[in-house]
Design a protein around this ligand. Structure first.
Ligand code: ADP
Length: 474
């Protein structure tokens, strides 16, 4: 495996992307919180300033009522001096904007009389606020226009220095805090994503360390029942299946090698005998006949394997036509009568007249013959084998082969249908271990099944179930 595959590009890793997301979301949320705080704070400060200005206007109004215009003019100078002439100013205006009294205005010379504001004020008869920028130090000033007596307008402005100080302090805090937040969120994001993905690393490590030779390794499961645990379970289940598959492939290839070896060794033996006795023509005849027989057995085995493999891969070549099942069972039974007689087996059958289905006759014959062959092969002398054919109302036709043979351990009910499986006790009798696998494949290819019921020491019943769908009973 290349190093590039094992060490992914840092920028493409999920950990890096998660860190980026984490830092991004954290920083954006912090920015939003800061912006909200900034907006509320400046708003509150401005409202406080506006309230102060309105308070001044009310004071001027009272003074005019008591001491007249002159009193207000003096108040403008005194008030400005008391608060600081760079902090506050007062102008008293006629409604046409003409200034008739003011505090010391050298600092505030940039702020003229805003005729638009006066115009608006004349219409609303309330008060109007404006905001100005005082050069050269770009300080903001809040200015109020308000009627303090009939035909007397007070223009008063206040430096928003507190707000400016707040903004500059806020900027410093904001930059420092954001720097800290970005670094903190990136570090904690990296830590969290690494912690969250540590399980993935363990899975990757295990997957990398697994080879055909050590398939027994498994991903560690933490028991947290989280997504990574689920993934680990899934990977482990997959590894179990792969291991079982490789094991069965291994067993199958061992069996194939073994089953091919014996007939080939026999063929070689026949040829050797013929070579040693070159003069005897009968040896040649014997060798040819035996070679043909062994070759037929080999071909039969290979063909059976091919039929099973193709059917399992969904590529089975089955040719369906109308088959008289009654006749087929009867003929097969007839064929096996001599074998049964040889072993003194009570071989009986019971078939209704003319059961006809759509099937591949050749395949079905071979499958059924395998069942009969097994029943007669594994049943001891003087035993019983019974065959019957029934069509049921559940939509299936049942061909049953029941014997009084040795029976099969229930733990092996599935195993006997595996390719090349032969029970230990059956090794002494002839066979390839393909008969039942073939018969079940054929039944399933017909959308039916092959089922076994058995009791050790009492006997077995193999039932081939074929669908009733395309069945005709005449
Ligand atoms: P083979 O008969 O060539 O060994 P099969 O695939 O036909 O292969 O059967 C697989 C195994 O199932 C047999 O080896 C035998 O152990 C068991 N078996 C099959 N039929 C019977 C039966 N009628 N009674 C007892 N055991 C059986």
């Amino acid at each position: 495996m290349s190093l590039k595959l094992m060490m992914p590009d840092l920028f493409k890793t999920i950990a890096f992307r998660l860190t980026l997301w984490y830092a991004g979301i954290f920083s954006v949320s912090s920015c939003v919180a800061f912006a909200l705080f900034y907006f509320l704070a400046t708003q509150t400060l401005q409202e406080q300033t506006d309230r102060d200005l309105l308070e001044k206007a009310r004071y001027f109004s009272t003074v005019i009522q008591r001491n007249g215009i002159m009193g207000a003019s003096k108040l403008a100078v005194i008030e400005a001096q008391a608060a600081g002439e760079k902090r506050i100013f007062f102008r008293l205006l006629y409604p046409n904007g003409e200034v008739f009294a003011s505090s010391h205005m050298s600092y505030w010379k940039d702020i003229s009389v805003d005729l638009d504001a006066i115009n608006t004020l004349s219409h609303t008869k309330g008060h109007v606020f404006t905001t100005w920028l005082i050069r050269p130090n770009d300080q903001k000033a809040r200015v109020l226009y308000s009627f303090v007596a009939q035909n007397v307008i007070l223009q008063t402005g206040i430096a928003m220095d507190f707000q400016s100080k707040f903004i500059s302090a806020f900027k410093t805090v904001f930059i420092a805090a954001m720097g800290f937040i970005i670094i903190f969120s990136a570090v904690s994001g990296l830590f969290l994503s690494r912690k969250a993905l540590s399980g993935v690393k363990a899975i990757t490590r295990t997957a990398n360390s697994i080879s055909a030779a050590n398939l027994e390794k498994r991903v560690p499961v933490t028991g947290n029942q989280d997504e990574l645990d689920l993934l680990a379970h899934t990977v482990n289940r997959m590894l179990d299946r792969i291991e079982a598959l490789i094991q069965s492939i291994r067993e199958m290839s061992d069996n194939i090698a073994h089953d091919l070896k014996s007939p080939l060794t026999r063929i070689r033996g026949f040829a050797e005998i013929a070579l040693i006795n070159m003069d005897n023509i009968d040896n040649y005849r014997g060798m040819a006949a035996n070679t043909i027989e062994e070759s037929d057995r080999l071909l039969d085995m290979i063909n059976t394997m091919l039929v099973i493999s193709k059917a399992e891969a969904g590529e089975g070549e089955f040719f369906y036509k109308s088959v008289n099942l009654t006749a087929m069972v009867q003929e097969a039974w007839d064929l096996f009568v001599p074998v049964a007689e040889d072993k003194c087996i009570d071989f009986t059958h019971e078939v209704p007249a003319h059961v006809q289905i759509e099937a591949d006759a050749k395949m079905l014959q071979r499958a059924f013959a395998n069942l009969l062959d097994n029943a007669l092969k594994y049943t001891r002398e003087k035993g019983r084998v019974h065959v019957d054919l029934r069509s049921e109302t559940d939509g299936f036709v049942y061909i049953r082969v029941a014997d009084t043979g040795p029976g099969i351990d229930s733990a092996c009910f599935e195993k006997i249908f595996e390719r090349f499986y032969r029970a230990e006790s059956s090794r002494t009798s002839t066979g390839t271990g393909l008969g039942l696998s073939f018969a079940r494949t054929v039944a399933r290819q017909h959308k039916g099944d092959l089922i076994v019921t058995s009791q050790l020491g009492k006997g077995s019943v193999f039932t081939m179930k074929l669908p009733y769908r395309n069945v005709q009973i005449i």
